[in-house]
Design a protein around this ligand. Structure first.
Ligand SMILES: C[S@@+](CC[C@H](N)C(=O)[O-])C[C@H]1O[C@@H](n2cnc3c(N)ncnc32)[C@H](O)[C@@H]1O
Length: 322
């Protein structure tokens, strides 16, 4: 890495640390305390997320992968010879390989993620496995901007947003994000997006509160990240993981429950917790096929194909512009 690249990384880190601090203070000041879920994904969080995807209870990864494998030819059909794949929240880029195998003609792969460790590791693996493919990892918060590299902007784009990450957005945020993505893309470009479906509450709860406690560790890692970044703030032994299904809003919510009344001091601010009070750390919205299509239409996309599994656990949608 060059000196200027190091300087650029230091600036990015400082900006990120400032934004994290602001979001913690703003979130813990609310009546329902909250911290945005994107902060789960430091290196330790990304590794824990990978462990979650291997759990038997966590059906989304298994089922979405099987849908992508079954329909890879249809999904990649019609990709132009110099088309590019742009993945949002690429993480380990595991599902990406299904599309890359089905579309060897792709000119470049742009991977956008907020987790630098996951991004670097995935880029190295993809470059090794696909030596002729141009691989562009982009460390960015896609809620702020969707930075498709300028020199690739004229290429036909296939967007890829798997993992039901769209489910982490409130509906209005999801519409705004899809609308921003549409503006970063052009007429004729497509998006392949995975959404988790409304289903039996027990199946959902097991997926977000597994018996081995991996999801609990993932949730608590958020407090560990705060302690690491700003010095000891939270006693992790006084918080525990809770997953609940909010039926009215068709979403799983993850919370961190304070097991005792306590006072948290953070950067000159004081936050009081009652015993049992929670920090809402993630929502994971579930959709029917039609409710997601309707949301996509609100953002100006045209739903085309939809693929699902035989138990209707998960769905993959193809959306088109124009
Ligand atoms: C639920 S995981 C999905 C990972 C992978 N795409 C999959 O399907 O298994 C969410 C991914 O999105 C990334 N992410 C979350 N919020 C983000 C944001 N605001 N900007 C960029 N990446 C984000 C995380 O780092 C993580 O890799």
């Amino acid at each position: 890495m060059t000196d200027s690249a190091f300087a650029h990384d230091r600036i990015a880190l400082a900006t990120e640390t400032d934004a994290f601090e602001r979001d913690i203070i703003e979130g813990l000041s609310r009546r329902q305390k909250t911290i945005p879920s994107r902060y789960f994904y430091d290196d330790a969080g990304s590794e824990l997320f990978e462990k979650i995807t291997e759990l038997s209870e966590y059906y989304p990864t298994r089922v979405e992968t099987s849908i992508l494998l079954r329909h890879a030819a249809e999904i990649t059909d019609g990709i132009a010879d110099d088309g590019i794949l742009v993945e949002l929240g690429s993480g380990s880029s595991s599902k990406t390989e299904i599309l890359l195998d089905a579309a060897p003609c792709l000119a470049a792969y742009v991977a956008i993620d907020v987790s630098p460790g996951a991004l670097a590791e995935a880029a190295l693996r993809i470059r090794t496995r696909y030596p002729t493919l141009e691989v562009r990892p982009v460390h960015s918060d896609f809620m702020q901007s969707i930075p498709v590299p300028h020199d690739l902007a004229r290429h036909r784009k296939l967007g890829f947003f798997p993992g039901s990450t769209i489910g982490n957005f409130e509906h209005d945020q999801a519409v705004k994000f899809l609308n921003d993505l549409r503006h970063a893309f052009s007429n004729g470009d497509r998006l392949i997006i995975g959404t988790d479906m409304i289903k039996d509450e027990d199946v959902l709860l097991r997926a977000y509160d597994d018996s081995a406690g991996v999801t609990a560790a993932f949730n608590l890692n958020l407090l560990a990240r705060i302690n690491q970044t700003y010095g000891r703030t939270f006693d992790l032994d006084t918080f525990r993981h809770r997953a609940v299904f909010n039926r009215d809003r068709a979403r799983i919510e993850m919370h961190l429950v304070s097991t005792e009344a306590q006072v948290i001091r953070f950067r000159g601010h004081i936050f009081r917790f009652d015993r049992g009070e929670t920090i809402h750390t993630e929502s994971s919205h579930k959709y029917t096929l039609e409710s997601f299509r309707e949301l996509a239409r609100r953002a100006g996309w045209h739903p085309r194909s939809t693929w699902t599994d035989d138990k209707a656990l998960f769905s993959v949608h193809e959306l088109v512009i124009g």
